[in-house]
Design a protein around this ligand. Structure first.
Ligand code: COA
Length: 327
């Protein structure tokens, strides 16, 4: 008896966009009491990109989306689903995804935002994958885009040195195959625990203060939770697929802190060479960091067809998650 075909969401293109202005650590040291040495030693960050007044979450997202569609050899009108992860939307409503949809010229499909802060891209990926596998859509743009510079307290050295702006995008296409090794998203796991709101949050919002607010963080506590939660969720995804960390070709983690990347890799016995690192160049770009890092490693030829790639992230909420993809 022949095997029933499995429907999977296949990665067919990636793209990225960064603001024009690069801000190295030395420039940060002119704004707050900090130094290149401190930032590099504690975080691995050397540089970040900061959006100018004409660069918005939607404009960065649109540029990244165009690249991803081009890499997939598709037209914008082929896209029938846009899921955009952001904590810094252009407007309180409508969803930034609808602005991107209009800019791309692909009207009539589904478009909405997902809010899970730094895990936003993993959440958006999970939602898009479910919708593609259920048949609600055929080709999805999944975007992470942020202008965190707009919600930073530029007088708080404990947070403003850590973040940057940018966008990353991927195109997923639903394909059916009877081959168990066919490409596509193999497994995903998402979590949230709202008990930790006060460790990482923005002190404003339309229904509370009526202002946008600024990011507040207790860094040490976030660090501790991140290492534990990420190692746990990576193990969960591996268990779900019957694979081990030795089977993984690349880990593309959320880029929050080099020490979190190192500690998580150590917990899972993953050699550092398998971890894609862009934190030095981009800093923490929240929902954009995973697709920015993924695009970097696809375009420089490290990530190749047939390989197994693990994406993972943890962020405010807390929220966290991981997804295993065969390219
Ligand atoms: N420059 C210089 N000194 C700084 C500084 C800066 N930018 N920021 C903080 N300091 C100082 C502190 O005031 C403190 O000084 P003190 O000892 O005199 O009080 C000292 O450096 C150590 O601060 P601490 O907060 O204990 O450092 P840390 O080793 O925990 O590193 C973070 C701070 C924020 C880099 C680290 O906790 C972290 O990365 N946490 C996770 C953050 C994260 O991932 N957030 C996003 C999740 S999505």
């Amino acid at each position: 008896m022949s095997q029933a075909p499995i429907r999977r969401s296949v990665l067919v293109g990636t793209g990225a966009a960064l603001p024009r202005r690069a801000v190295p650590n030395d420039e940060m040291a002119k704004m707050v009491d900090t130094s290149d040495e401190w930032i590099v030693a504690r975080t691995g960050i050397r540089n970040r990109y900061i959006a100018g007044p004409d660069e918005t979450t939607s404009s960065l997202a649109t540029a990244a989306a165009r690249q991803a569609i081009e890499a997939a050899k598709l037209n914008p009108t082929d896209i029938d689903l846009i899921v955009l992860a952001t904590a810094t939307p252009d407007q309180t409503f409508p969803a930034t995804a609808t602005i991107v949809q209009h800019e791309l010229g692909c009207h009539g499909g589904i478009a909405f935002d997902v809010a899970a802060v730094c895990s936003g891209f993993l959440y958006a990926l999970g939602v898009a994958d479910s919708m593609l596998r259920s048949g609600m859509a055929r080709r999805a743009l999944v975007i992470g885009s942020e202008t965190f510079s707009r919600i930073l307290d530029w007088e708080d050295r404990t947070t403003c040195v850590l973040f940057g702006d940018g966008a990353g995008a991927i195109v997923l296409e639903a394909r059916e195959s009877t081959d168990p090794d066919a490409p596509g998203i193999l497994a995903s796991k998402l979590h949230a625990d709202g008990a930790h709101n006060q460790l990482l949050y923005v002190d404003g919002g339309p229904s509370t203060t009526g202002t946008v607010g600024k990011l507040r963080m207790t860094g040490k506590e976030v660090f501790r939770h991140a290492v534990t939660n990420l190692a746990d969720v990576l193990r969960e995804v591996l268990d779900q697929t019957g694979l081990t960390s030795a089977d993984i070709d690349w880990v593309v983690p959320h880029q929050a802190n080099q020490r979190i990347l190192d500690a998580t890799a150590r917990k899972l016995n993953l050699p550092a060479e398998k971890v894609v690192v862009t934190i030095d160049r981009h800093a923490n770009t929240s929902a954009a960091s995973v697709p920015l890092a993924l695009d970097t490693a696809v375009r420089d030829g490290r990530i190749k067809p047939g390989q197994l790639v693990m994406l993972e992230a943890m962020g405010g909420g807390f929220t966290w998650g991981a997804s295993l993809i065969r390219i």
